[in-house]
Design a protein around this ligand. Structure first.
Ligand code: PLP
Length: 472
């Protein structure tokens, strides 16, 4: 680490906080807000635990950014990367070149994925996987002589990354504000949000409402104009919105009836996060496109993937003159180090990690269910190791706390002080996505700390005032 900390380095006397404030742009963060807050430097990790630059040890209940599914410090992943770096640190996939790790990974992924998804394009993460799908879908409809099919539909509260066009499939205002999005060809239908649905206790009603909203939107735009519907099986960044079981299958059937392609974005839900390898597996859903990232490499190195159904691939292949390239490519598509890491991570998933996640997922659900009785908690929801609690100021009316109270930010800050990292969402939702290596004891510690944090939040005067329970 001499290069980072050398005493000859004039920069060494400046604190990381100063350097960060001066130069580093943080994702999805208020520039001035971050300058005032300052950076929280994470230094090392092992299993479920992270250590910051002050030596504070915290339990990471969010697996980094719902990506470190295998937990920190898995030696065999480090070894796979090291070995690949030594042997061949880079190989292009352009011009008919390739490398063993990327080829084996493509074979493995198409084997694991729902049938029909026989082709893989590798990306650097989820945003460019979504963006690649938009490009290939556009290309596909031009190729098959239906150039008018260019309208895309997604869900309110959906998140599909932040590329220049993919961020328009995302339906969160922060990703549109100031970025001239969405584009005129990007549309949304209501989310299957049981807690906020007028018939939320009735699974069939929630499912039927999305199906009819999709049918109505396609009718409004014209079936001959709509290219595809994009959705997450569980809406992650929108606040971990868990649709009823059977919802994804009903949407698949609706897309078939309507003659539109279906893209399932499994960037969060893939690789055991909800129990099975992919959320699609639980309902036997076979999408036309699937996007993956995060758990693919467990966050150890960047990589995403876009899986394409064979019927789409064949249509694109047949339509183009053999000599003409399909002009979509990234220098790091199929990077050998990322691919070697992904192969090792998948080996770990198949050799006990997914199983452990399913087992600890039972404790996760029990502890979430128990927290539902807390006076601040209006809703708890989860599937597998992906869950959330929604804080409300009135359980009977489901009224949210006012935005000025920043209730989830406050809980997040208290939880950090109590030694656990959770994720806060703007509408008062706290998300959880522990690594699949989590033990029952670690899960108990997470929830003991979260419960303590909720109790402390109850002691805050403004919170008590919003609850109408008076001062302490
Ligand atoms: N799609 C979904 C469902 C996501 O949750 C994310 C990231 O959280 C993305 C796409 C974008 O992935 P990335 O941040 O790797 O670009």
């Amino acid at each position: 680490m001499a290069g980072l900390h050398s005493s000859m380095d004039p920069m060494a006397n400046r604190s990381l906080t100063e350097m960060d404030r001066a130069h580093l742009i943080h994702p999805v963060t208020s520039f001035r807000g971050h300058e005032a807050h300052g950076v929280r430097v994470l230094s090392s990790g092992r299993g479920m635990w992270l250590t910051d630059s002050d030596g504070r040890e915290v339990l990471d209940a969010f697996a980094g950014l719902w990506c470190v599914n295998a937990g920190y410090g898995q030696e065999s992943i480090v070894e796979a990367a090291t070995e690949q770096m030594r042997t061949l640190p880079y190989a292009t996939s352009y011009f008919h070149y390739g490398c063993e790790a990327a080829i084996r990974l493509a074979d493995k992924l198409t084997d694991l994925a729902p049938s029909g998804l026989d082709h893989v394009y590798f990306t650097l993460g989820g945003s460019d996987a979504v963006d690649s799908a938009i490009r290939y879908i556009t290309h596909y409809f031009n190729a098959i002589g239906q150039p008018d099919k260019k309208q895309f539909i997604a869900l309110e509260w959906g998140y599909h990354g932040s590329s220049s066009t993919g961020a328009g499939m995302t339906a969160l205002p922060a990703f549109h504000r100031g970025f001239d999005l969405p584009r005129p060809w990007q549309h949304y239908i209501a989310s299957p949000y049981p807690y906020r649905h007028e018939n939320g206790d009735d699974d069939e009603a929630v499912i039927a409402s999305t199906v009819s909203a999709l049918e109505a939107k396609v009718a409004e735009l014209g079936a001959d104009k709509v290219a595809a519907f994009f959705c997450e099986p569980i809406q992650g960044s929108g606040g971990v919105i868990v649709p009823p079981v059977g919802w994804l299958k009903a949407i698949r059937d609706a897309c078939d009836r309507l003659g539109i392609l279906m893209l399932v974005d499994e960037v969060i839900t893939g690789f055991g996060r909800t129990g099975p390898m992919f959320a699609c597996d639980a309902e036997g859903v076979k999408p036309d496109f699937m996007t993956l990232a995060k758990g693919l490499t467990s966050g150890y190195v960047p990589m995403g993937a876009m899986l394409m159904a064979d019927h789409v691939y064949q249509a694109i292949a047949d339509s183009a003159p053999a000599a003409l390239p399909v002009g979509h490519g990234f220098t790091y598509s199929g990077h050998p180090v990322s691919a070697a890491v992904a192969l090792e991570v998948i080996r770990l998933y198949e050799n006990g990690l997914l199983e452990n996640g399913r087992k600890t997922g039972i404790r996760f659900g029990e502890r979430l269910q128990a927290i539902a009785d807390h006076p601040l908690v209006g809703d708890v929801r989860w599937r597998g190791m992906l869950g959330a609690i929604e804080l409300v100021s009135d359980k009977s009316t489901k009224a949210s706390f006012g935005a000025e109270l920043a209730i989830a930010d406050r809980l997040n800050a208290i939880s950090w002080e109590n030694g656990v990292i959770v994720r806060n969402f703007p509408q008062g939702v706290i998300g959880f996505a522990p690594a699949l290596c989590c033990s029952d004891d670690e899960m108990d510690l997470i929830f003991d700390r979260v419960e303590k944090s909720l109790d402390q939040l109850m002691d805050v005067a403004e919170v008590r005032a919003a609850l109408g329970v008076g001062g302490k």
